[in-house]
Design a protein around this ligand. Structure first.
Ligand code: URA
Length: 436
């Protein structure tokens, strides 16, 4: 069976046997299936989906494309967290050191920007010197000694996902329940964790905006994990507005530093604490989420999470002075304030458009392997329901040029919709908890 025949069969809605899934993806990994053929197949999956047998075959090929990390020498339940992706979702950078500071090992493997959303790796790499390309050996040693490592996929761990992720980013093939589930679960299972918290976003800025479909995504990932001995819990969380204020790589790291200092936006802090509580229970460090939330808030407030982040940054070659002085992060030369054009209420935010405007500004990639501008992005300081007066600042654009700032500002002004009254109540920060 040629690649074109397999693509055609999926395009026409057939179910492929595991052998064909394996042959296509192994061929892609080996270089005999081309990028354009894989792009076409991924698009067919976006329309036709994958059934459970096909999905399991894909997960297995993706895990087998690299090594599986052995963290058995690290005592305790190793717990990671992964988000399905959101605009301004910077939780991991605060969460990982926080949970590790309470004794639960966090081996965290993250991704780059995807579609209209940012990626933890791109954000971390704005810290001068910070290496995300640790080898598997360095990763395991760091988790053992510091309790936390924040890395990207190397050639060793699920390298097939790394290639597919980059390809999906620039071919509009992210929005698929099986592709997202396989991508996330293959790298998490290869990472050697015992438990996993999933943050599945819901709302206009999510890849799968619909609540019921997001629940299906959560359940799919939970069952992939359970079938392979990984305890998975999912929180469905709000993405009908950006999380926090900052959108853009260095700007988001700065907001994380503020949050570690107790000065960050309330929604970011609250979501970090909710997720930390779940991870502490999964890691056996707390009996219930209420006790865990209190422990997490204490470790955030008394500087333990900040100290752990400093240790992680130093261990990964970064300049930990960023925690004292975030101004050492890349700075954009141009700032442009976006003002409300009329009196009214922020009735709705087109979160996807806001994320896309950030990508166009240079915070994300339009083509495979393109460079990003670490300094650019937005501070969006209003949320749905806010009452604003004409001329009041809604957001600030951080850009590389006056022209780029003006274009982004006009996109932002259209994406923050002002009207008479809110169209719908904002989603609760945490909509639902899904377990096996
Ligand atoms: N995060 C991932 O790692 N993969 C996806 O496909 C979406 C979000």
């Amino acid at each position: 069976m040629t690649a074109a025949q397999i693509i055609r069969r999926k395009r026409d809605g057939e179910t492929l046997p595991p052998t064909e899934i394996r042959s296509l993806f192994e061929g892609y990994a080996a270089g005999s299936v081309e990028e354009y053929q894989m792009s076409a197949f991924l698009m067919a999956v976006c329309f036709r989906g994958l059934d459970r047998t096909e999905l399991d075959a894909l997960v297995e090929v993706m895990i087998a494309s690299g090594a599986v990390a052995d963290l058995t020498h690290v005592p305790g339940v190793k717990v990671d967290k992964h988000s399905t992706g959101g605009v301004g979702d910077k939780v991991s950078i605060v969460l990982a050191p926080l949970v590790a500071s309470l004794g639960v090992p966090v081996p965290m493997m993250s991704g780059r920007g995807l579609g209209h959303t940012g990626g933890t790796l791109d954000k971390l790499e704005t810290i001068p010197g910070f290496r995300t390309d640790l080898s598997l050996g360095e990763f395991a040693a760091q988790v053992e000694h510091i309790g936390c490592a924040l890395i990207g996929q190397t050639d060793e761990i699920a390298p097939l996902d790394r290639r597919l992720y980059a390809l999906r980013d620039v071919t509009a093939t992210v929005e698929s329940v099986p592709l997202i589930a396989a991508s996330i679960m293959s790298k998490k299972l290869a990472e050697g964790v015992g438990a996993l918290l999933l943050d599945v976003k819901v709302g206009a800025g999510a890849f799968i905006p619909d609540h019921a479909a997001a629940r299906e995504l959560a359940r799919t990932m939970i069952s992939i994990g359970s079938a392979r001995g990984c305890h998975v819990v999912a929180l469905l969380t709000a993405m009908d507005r950006p999380l926090g204020f900052a959108i853009g790589n260095a700007l988001e790291v700065e907001e994380c530093v503020l949050t570690l200092r107790g000065e960050g936006p309330a929604d970011l802090r609250d979501l970090v604490l909710e997720q930390a509580a779940e991870m502490l229970v999964l890691g056996g460090a707390a009996a219930d989420v209420d006790a865990a939330r209190v422990a997490a808030a204490t470790a955030l407030d008394d500087g333990r999470a900040m100290a752990k982040m400093g240790a992680v940054i130093r261990a990964q070659g970064g300049n930990d002075a960023v925690l004292e002085d975030p101004a050492i992060l890349p700075q954009a030369p141009v700032r442009h304030v976006v003002e409300a054009a009329m009196d009214g209420t922020v009735t709705r935010m087109d979160v996807r458009a806001i994320g896309e405007a950030a990508v166009s500004l240079g915070a994300g990639r339009a083509t495979l392997g393109a460079a990003i501008d670490p300094a650019v992005g937005f501070h969006v300081t209003v949320k749905p329901g806010a009452v604003v007066a004409r001329g009041e600042p809604l957001a600030t654009v951080y850009a590389g040029s006056v022209e780029a700032a003006a274009t982004a500002a006009s996109r932002l002004a259209s994406a923050i919709v002002i009207g008479e009254a809110a169209e719908a109540l904002p989603l609760p920060l945490v909509l639902e908890r899904v377990t096996g």
